[in-house]
Design a protein around this ligand. Sequence first.
Ligand SMILES: Cc1cc2nc3c(=O)[nH]c(=O)nc-3n(C[C@H](O)[C@H](O)[C@H](O)COP(=O)(O)O)c2cc1C
Length: 398
Amino acid sequence: MTDWQTGRKILLGITGGIAAYKIPALVRLITGAGCEVEIILTRSAENFVTPMTLATLAKHKVWRDDDFRDSGYEIPHIKLADWADVIAIAPCSANTLAKIAHGLCDNLLTSTVLAASCELLLFPAMNEKMFTNPVTQGNIAELSRPGVKIIQPSEGRLACGVSGKGRMPEPCDIFLEIMRALCPVHDMSGKRVLITAGPTHEYLDPVRFISNPSTGKMGAAMARSAWFRGADVRVIAGPVELDSYGFEVIHVTSALDMLREVKANIEWADYIVKAAAVGDYRPRDYNANKIKREGKDSLTLELIQNPDIAAEAGRLKREGQILVGFAAESEHLRENAREKLSRKNLDYIIANDITGEDSGFAHDTNRVTLISRDANTPERTFTGLKQDIAFEIWSALM
Ligand SMILES: Cc1cc2nc3c(=O)[nH]c(=O)nc-3n(C[C@H](O)[C@H](O)[C@H](O)COP(=O)(O)O)c2cc1C
């Protein structure tokens, strides 16, 4: 949970699509993030998910279509429209999409949408033929206007038994889209960010490698924050699990792979953030077959140095590109970081104390100092959750 998420007001509309059965999981994510939620179900949605389940998870009543006319002197659609910071409709049926596109407002949900001035996120989900039908596509085109974002369904197996385009994104991905809409700044819209993250694996035979404990969390946090702020994000990721929704991810294994991909993608980027923990050394020789233990009491490995990817990026970067490095240090933090900043031609370095109990590899929290090549820019130290630190770092860089 980050500061800017707490207390934000999300109005969640649910319509009559089969994917509605997944929405209780979304409600849990929303409340878990400290946001407030109000839920409106269409009459048809109640065939797919129950008001009782949703009310139990939201911890308060949900809005049913009967409330539209039965709320006495209160006018719920106006009250809810004014209350919301963002409206998300998931799943959004072809029927509701058509109504919203043409300003129809014959139920509580569509009336609320028409009365609202906040951002509207629509997650259409339906059978592929319904989705590709020119009428539905025409409605989507009609809704392509400021203040409305239509999140394209993905391809895959659909509830009707066929495969095709029409699947609603998973609840965790819908949650991320809502957070992106709620992000207090979108100052990175149109900016392209290239981030390296995670460890590298330097194989000595098909089953053994040399690596480090990096989990890629800090790189992932930098990527997610940039995406929340509107950037296009490309991640070059070492072998690590990464929440990659919204990013273009290039998977690599070794330092040499990572160097190749950084060189291939650097031209594309406005910002390059080198958050990966790249192995400094790799085995000189790679054994194509598994090294057997039998007959060997010890094994001597000769290691050779890998190329310095940050320094190579520093050589390649063009006018206007901003290159940010990380320095994971266990001693002389600032001195070592400053030396790397100038030797590698970086614009900023983020000095990362890996000795602290709450910082460095694998932790959700960190303690970092942002140092600029511009001597007039004071150093800034950030502590806390990696996702919050990432947000602060981007604020400092913008
Ligand atoms: C079993 C079943 C599954 C359905 N699934 C979808 C769906 O995934 N997407 C969709 O747009 N409509 C779907 N429909 C059709 C909608 O429920 C129907 O158009 C309804 O009028 C939508 O009402 P609403 O937009 O007010 O919720 C389904 C209908 C049935 C009976």
